[in-house]
Design a binder for this molecule. Sequence first.
Ligand SMILES: [Zn+2]
Length: 444
Amino acid sequence: MYTCGPTVYDYIHIGNLRAFLFEDIVRRWLEYRGFQVTQVMNVTDVDDRTIKASKALGIPIKQHTECFIKAFFEDIEALNIEKADYYPKATEHIPEMVALVKKLLEKGYAYRGEDNSVYFAISKFKDYGKLARIQVGDLKAGARVKVDEYAKEEASDFVVWKAWDKDDGDVFWVTEIGKGRPGWHIECSAMSMKYLGETFDIHCGGVDNMFPHHENEIAQSEAATGKKFVNYWLHNEHLLVEGKKMAKRLHNYYTLKDLMAKGYDPTAIRYLMMSAHYRQQINFTFEGLEAARKTLERLTNFVHRLLETNGKPAGDKINQLNEGVQKGFEAAMDDDLNVSVALAHLFDFVRDVNNLLDNGEVSKEEGKGICDLMSKFDKVLGVIGQVKEKEKLPKEAEELIDRREDARKNKDWKTADQIRDQLKAMGIFIEDTAQGIRWRIEKD
Ligand SMILES: [Zn+2]
């Protein structure tokens, strides 16, 4: 599985992260289903944008990109995204790119322009436009585009090797095909085929990468090898913020670090961004984020109850619920990763088991069995494990609870109530049950 990675010219925004999260779910689901996945995610550390950004700051490109590579990995970790097996950097694969360009020249799919750059001739590749479903029939002969990013309407011969010009400064390689640097699209063709072979199973990316990036990857790779490049393409839809496309000028542009600095929990962000179907747009709102946090709290409390339960066995009732939720969850995920339906099954299950718990049912062993099932689902969702670890009572609260117990033993109800209020102010709610004290954390 190849997933287009970050272009490390700036901090990635939450729209980029949606793509990486979606790919994480694809991978986790395949692994849940017993597939062995090899995931490659490239790091674009040389292209138009990285050169422009480092030049603007007047620092060497490597120094510039290293800082954002580090930030990228911090974001991935905060969102509990599983690591890919390989993170190849473009700057470390120049010979592979040069070899590919040479092959395209030899086969007549590429040609040299007056500027000495090498261009791919899209008219030579009969399937050009198939992925993005565009017609290029009425293309003006000889039209060429040298920038990495352009629109469908500008479909034309695109650059695979950029001859050096003064704007590139000290960013160039001296190679058999001349002094210059690779075009962005050839980077992904060269690196994906190096690690996964000439034909591989899955290629993912955001829908905005479908054209021209993925269309061009197919053209370059298939023209060079004569083989099918990728068996399945998966593209995730955009992320909107408060109903609008994210843009710095609209002040609705966020990085993960922005949100964490505002106090938002990355697990809630993860939950919010993965809970919609990948082929649908997500509207990211702060209200939604708050709802995600509460939902996670519900899941955490559920797991706590299961760990503490010591009720009478519910027997078949539990078996049926366990079986039902597993079937429902798996069928939904198998249906093109329908996460929202899978989650609906999960929350029906939580409600039903909570009802049993309310009636004093669910034995210790049954509770443990359900916890195991929840952990199994969480291998895909990646949200409960993290929450569980965080859900420890602060030491101060534990001491208060002990003092309250003492007060109750001494029938000092006034102190006991005072302490209860004190805990409440800390967001800790306690309940006196036949099995002892039960607590939960709820912020506001
Ligand atoms: Zn790519």
